[in-house]
Design a protein around this ligand. Structure first.
Ligand SMILES: NC(=O)c1ccc[n+]([C@@H]2O[C@H](COP(=O)([O-])OP(=O)(O)OC[C@H]3O[C@@H](n4cnc5c(N)ncnc54)[C@H](OP(=O)(O)O)[C@@H]3O)[C@@H](O)[C@H]2O)c1
Length: 217
Protein backbone atom coordinates (compact mmCIF):
# COMPACT_ATOMS: atom_id res chain seq x y z
CA UNK A 1 0.00 0.00 0.00
CA UNK A 2 1.27 3.51 -0.77
CA UNK A 3 2.13 5.68 2.18
CA UNK A 4 -0.29 8.48 3.14
CA UNK A 5 0.72 12.13 2.66
CA UNK A 6 1.47 13.82 5.99
CA UNK A 7 0.98 17.56 6.57
CA UNK A 8 2.64 19.08 9.61
CA UNK A 9 0.68 22.09 10.84
CA UNK A 10 3.13 24.47 12.47
CA UNK A 11 5.81 22.36 10.79
CA UNK A 12 8.41 25.13 10.76
CA UNK A 13 9.07 24.71 14.49
CA UNK A 14 11.28 22.38 16.49
CA UNK A 15 8.98 19.39 16.96
CA UNK A 16 7.44 19.64 13.50
CA UNK A 17 10.76 19.67 11.68
CA UNK A 18 11.98 16.73 13.76
CA UNK A 19 8.95 14.63 12.86
CA UNK A 20 9.12 15.77 9.22
CA UNK A 21 12.73 14.59 8.92
CA UNK A 22 11.90 11.19 10.40
CA UNK A 23 8.90 10.56 8.12
CA UNK A 24 10.54 11.91 4.97
CA UNK A 25 13.56 9.72 5.73
CA UNK A 26 11.15 6.75 5.99
CA UNK A 27 9.73 7.49 2.52
CA UNK A 28 6.61 9.49 3.33
CA UNK A 29 5.65 12.55 1.32
CA UNK A 30 5.67 15.34 3.90
CA UNK A 31 4.20 18.83 3.57
CA UNK A 32 5.43 21.50 5.96
CA UNK A 33 2.61 23.84 6.99
CA UNK A 34 3.02 27.39 8.22
CA UNK A 35 0.95 30.55 8.56
CA UNK A 36 3.23 31.88 5.81
CA UNK A 37 3.81 29.85 2.66
CA UNK A 38 7.27 31.39 2.19
CA UNK A 39 8.37 30.24 5.61
CA UNK A 40 7.04 26.74 4.93
CA UNK A 41 8.90 26.61 1.62
CA UNK A 42 12.13 27.77 3.24
CA UNK A 43 11.86 25.14 5.99
CA UNK A 44 11.06 22.43 3.44
CA UNK A 45 14.17 23.43 1.46
CA UNK A 46 16.34 23.20 4.61
CA UNK A 47 15.00 19.75 5.44
CA UNK A 48 15.41 18.53 1.85
CA UNK A 49 19.03 19.63 2.03
CA UNK A 50 19.61 17.68 5.24
CA UNK A 51 18.15 14.53 3.67
CA UNK A 52 19.52 15.20 0.17
CA UNK A 53 16.01 14.80 -1.27
CA UNK A 54 13.27 16.93 -2.80
CA UNK A 55 10.19 15.17 -1.46
CA UNK A 56 9.33 17.68 1.29
CA UNK A 57 7.12 20.58 0.23
CA UNK A 58 6.00 23.72 2.04
CA UNK A 59 2.56 25.33 1.98
CA UNK A 60 0.34 27.60 4.05
CA UNK A 61 -1.29 25.51 6.81
CA UNK A 62 -4.77 25.13 5.30
CA UNK A 63 -3.32 24.31 1.86
CA UNK A 64 -1.02 21.76 3.46
CA UNK A 65 -3.94 20.13 5.29
CA UNK A 66 -6.03 20.03 2.11
CA UNK A 67 -3.38 17.95 0.34
CA UNK A 68 -2.81 15.43 3.13
CA UNK A 69 -4.59 12.44 4.60
CA UNK A 70 -2.88 12.81 7.97
CA UNK A 71 -2.37 16.21 9.65
CA UNK A 72 0.02 16.47 12.58
CA UNK A 73 -0.46 19.44 14.92
CA UNK A 74 2.78 21.01 16.19
CA UNK A 75 1.85 24.66 16.73
CA UNK A 76 3.00 26.36 19.93
CA UNK A 77 0.79 25.06 22.69
CA UNK A 78 -0.70 28.38 23.79
CA UNK A 79 -2.35 28.86 20.36
CA UNK A 80 -3.49 25.23 20.03
CA UNK A 81 -7.25 25.82 20.27
CA UNK A 82 -7.29 28.96 18.12
CA UNK A 83 -5.14 27.26 15.46
CA UNK A 84 -7.48 24.26 15.34
CA UNK A 85 -10.48 26.62 15.16
CA UNK A 86 -8.95 28.52 12.25
CA UNK A 87 -8.27 25.25 10.38
CA UNK A 88 -11.60 23.61 11.20
CA UNK A 89 -12.77 23.36 7.58
CA UNK A 90 -9.38 22.26 6.23
CA UNK A 91 -9.11 19.46 8.82
CA UNK A 92 -12.46 17.84 8.02
CA UNK A 93 -12.03 14.25 6.86
CA UNK A 94 -8.49 14.04 8.22
CA UNK A 95 -6.75 11.91 10.80
CA UNK A 96 -5.40 14.61 13.11
CA UNK A 97 -2.38 13.67 15.23
CA UNK A 98 -2.05 16.17 18.08
CA UNK A 99 1.43 16.51 19.63
CA UNK A 100 0.53 19.42 21.90
CA UNK A 101 1.87 19.35 25.47
CA UNK A 102 0.38 22.30 27.37
CA UNK A 103 3.07 22.58 30.03
CA UNK A 104 2.45 25.63 32.22
CA UNK A 105 5.53 27.82 32.66
CA UNK A 106 7.49 29.11 34.52
CA UNK A 107 7.02 26.28 37.01
CA UNK A 108 6.68 23.57 34.30
CA UNK A 109 3.38 22.42 35.79
CA UNK A 110 1.11 19.82 34.18
CA UNK A 111 -2.18 20.87 32.59
CA UNK A 112 -5.57 19.70 33.84
CA UNK A 113 -8.28 18.05 31.77
CA UNK A 114 -9.63 18.15 29.14
CA UNK A 115 -6.71 16.98 27.02
CA UNK A 116 -5.51 19.04 24.07
CA UNK A 117 -6.76 16.19 21.90
CA UNK A 118 -10.26 16.36 23.40
CA UNK A 119 -10.30 20.12 22.89
CA UNK A 120 -9.31 19.63 19.24
CA UNK A 121 -11.90 16.85 18.74
CA UNK A 122 -14.66 19.02 20.23
CA UNK A 123 -13.75 21.91 17.93
CA UNK A 124 -13.51 19.71 14.82
CA UNK A 125 -16.59 17.57 15.53
CA UNK A 126 -17.29 14.17 14.01
CA UNK A 127 -15.80 15.09 10.63
CA UNK A 128 -12.23 14.52 11.84
CA UNK A 129 -10.59 11.91 14.06
CA UNK A 130 -8.08 13.13 16.64
CA UNK A 131 -5.36 10.94 18.17
CA UNK A 132 -2.69 12.31 20.52
CA UNK A 133 0.98 11.30 20.28
CA UNK A 134 4.60 12.51 20.56
CA UNK A 135 3.98 14.94 23.47
CA UNK A 136 6.92 13.42 25.39
CA UNK A 137 9.40 13.12 22.52
CA UNK A 138 11.98 15.93 22.52
CA UNK A 139 12.56 17.59 19.17
CA UNK A 140 16.32 17.16 19.61
CA UNK A 141 15.98 13.38 19.86
CA UNK A 142 13.98 13.30 16.62
CA UNK A 143 16.61 15.24 14.68
CA UNK A 144 19.56 13.17 15.92
CA UNK A 145 20.62 9.87 14.41
CA UNK A 146 18.08 9.70 11.61
CA UNK A 147 17.53 6.11 10.57
CA UNK A 148 18.20 4.86 14.08
CA UNK A 149 15.68 4.20 16.85
CA UNK A 150 14.76 7.05 19.21
CA UNK A 151 15.17 6.03 22.85
CA UNK A 152 11.59 7.00 23.68
CA UNK A 153 8.23 5.27 23.71
CA UNK A 154 5.24 7.18 22.40
CA UNK A 155 2.04 7.01 24.46
CA UNK A 156 -0.86 7.20 22.04
CA UNK A 157 -4.42 8.10 23.06
CA UNK A 158 -7.52 7.93 20.91
CA UNK A 159 -11.14 6.83 20.96
CA UNK A 160 -11.04 4.95 17.64
CA UNK A 161 -8.73 1.93 17.66
CA UNK A 162 -8.33 1.90 13.89
CA UNK A 163 -6.99 5.46 14.01
CA UNK A 164 -4.76 4.60 16.99
CA UNK A 165 -3.33 1.64 15.06
CA UNK A 166 -2.51 3.92 12.13
CA UNK A 167 -0.66 6.29 14.44
CA UNK A 168 1.22 3.38 16.03
CA UNK A 169 2.39 2.39 12.53
CA UNK A 170 3.44 6.00 11.78
CA UNK A 171 5.33 6.10 15.07
CA UNK A 172 7.18 2.89 14.28
CA UNK A 173 8.11 4.23 10.84
CA UNK A 174 9.59 7.26 12.61
CA UNK A 175 11.78 4.94 14.72
CA UNK A 176 9.87 4.78 18.00
CA UNK A 177 7.72 2.24 19.81
CA UNK A 178 4.09 3.41 19.83
CA UNK A 179 1.90 2.22 22.71
CA UNK A 180 -1.85 2.52 23.13
CA UNK A 181 -2.46 4.49 26.33
CA UNK A 182 -6.24 4.70 26.41
CA UNK A 183 -8.89 7.07 25.13
CA UNK A 184 -8.50 10.68 24.08
CA UNK A 185 -9.32 11.94 27.58
CA UNK A 186 -6.15 10.29 28.92
CA UNK A 187 -4.08 12.63 26.79
CA UNK A 188 -3.77 15.32 29.45
CA UNK A 189 -1.87 12.84 31.64
CA UNK A 190 0.60 12.28 28.80
CA UNK A 191 0.95 16.06 28.43
CA UNK A 192 1.66 16.17 32.17
CA UNK A 193 4.49 13.65 31.78
CA UNK A 194 6.21 16.26 29.61
CA UNK A 195 6.04 18.62 32.58
CA UNK A 196 7.67 15.92 34.76
CA UNK A 197 10.40 15.30 32.17
CA UNK A 198 11.22 19.01 31.94
CA UNK A 199 11.51 19.22 35.74
CA UNK A 200 13.58 16.03 35.97
CA UNK A 201 15.87 16.93 33.08
CA UNK A 202 16.60 20.24 34.78
CA UNK A 203 17.21 18.62 38.15
CA UNK A 204 19.37 15.75 36.84
CA UNK A 205 20.86 17.76 33.95
CA UNK A 206 19.95 15.05 31.45
CA UNK A 207 17.70 14.22 28.53
CA UNK A 208 15.26 11.74 30.09
CA UNK A 209 12.52 10.22 27.99
CA UNK A 210 9.64 7.82 28.59
CA UNK A 211 10.15 4.07 28.28
CA UNK A 212 7.55 1.64 29.61
CA UNK A 213 8.75 -1.69 31.00
CA UNK A 214 6.93 -4.97 31.45
CA UNK A 215 4.42 -4.96 28.58
CA UNK A 216 3.77 -8.06 26.48
CA UNK A 217 3.59 -7.29 22.75
N1 LIG B 1 9.95 21.15 21.25
C1 LIG B 1 9.81 19.94 21.77
O1 LIG B 1 10.81 19.29 22.14
C2 LIG B 1 8.45 19.32 21.92
C3 LIG B 1 8.34 18.00 22.39
C4 LIG B 1 7.08 17.40 22.47
C5 LIG B 1 5.94 18.12 22.12
N2 LIG B 1 6.06 19.40 21.69
C6 LIG B 1 4.84 20.14 21.33
O2 LIG B 1 4.91 20.48 19.96
C7 LIG B 1 4.30 21.75 19.77
C8 LIG B 1 5.30 22.66 19.07
O3 LIG B 1 6.40 22.85 19.91
P1 LIG B 1 7.74 23.51 19.30
O4 LIG B 1 8.73 23.48 20.39
O5 LIG B 1 8.01 22.85 18.00
O6 LIG B 1 7.24 25.00 19.05
P2 LIG B 1 7.92 26.17 18.24
O7 LIG B 1 9.11 25.68 17.52
O8 LIG B 1 8.07 27.32 19.17
O9 LIG B 1 6.75 26.61 17.22
C9 LIG B 1 6.03 25.74 16.40
C10 LIG B 1 5.31 26.53 15.33
O10 LIG B 1 4.12 27.15 15.83
C11 LIG B 1 3.72 28.11 14.86
N3 LIG B 1 3.05 29.24 15.52
C12 LIG B 1 3.59 30.16 16.35
N4 LIG B 1 2.66 31.06 16.73
C13 LIG B 1 1.51 30.69 16.10
C14 LIG B 1 0.19 31.23 16.06
N5 LIG B 1 -0.13 32.34 16.75
N6 LIG B 1 -0.75 30.60 15.30
C15 LIG B 1 -0.43 29.49 14.58
N7 LIG B 1 0.80 28.93 14.58
C16 LIG B 1 1.75 29.53 15.33
C17 LIG B 1 4.99 28.58 14.16
O11 LIG B 1 4.86 28.33 12.79
P3 LIG B 1 4.68 29.50 11.70
O12 LIG B 1 5.18 30.78 12.31
O13 LIG B 1 5.56 29.04 10.58
O14 LIG B 1 3.24 29.51 11.37
C18 LIG B 1 6.08 27.72 14.78
O15 LIG B 1 7.07 27.31 13.88
C19 LIG B 1 3.86 22.27 21.14
O16 LIG B 1 2.50 22.01 21.32
C20 LIG B 1 4.69 21.45 22.10
O17 LIG B 1 4.03 21.23 23.32
C21 LIG B 1 7.28 20.03 21.57
Amino acid sequence: MSKPVIAIIGGTGQEGTGLALRWAHAGYQVIIGSRQAERAEATAAELNEILDTDTINGLENSQAAAQAEICVLTVVSKVHASAVESLKDALQGKLVVDATARVIFPQAAPPGPPSAGRIAQDILGEGATVVTAFQNVPAKALRENLGQLVQSDVLICGDEMEAVERVIALTEDAGMRGLYAGGLDNGYVVEGITALLITMNKHYKGHGTVQIAGLKQ
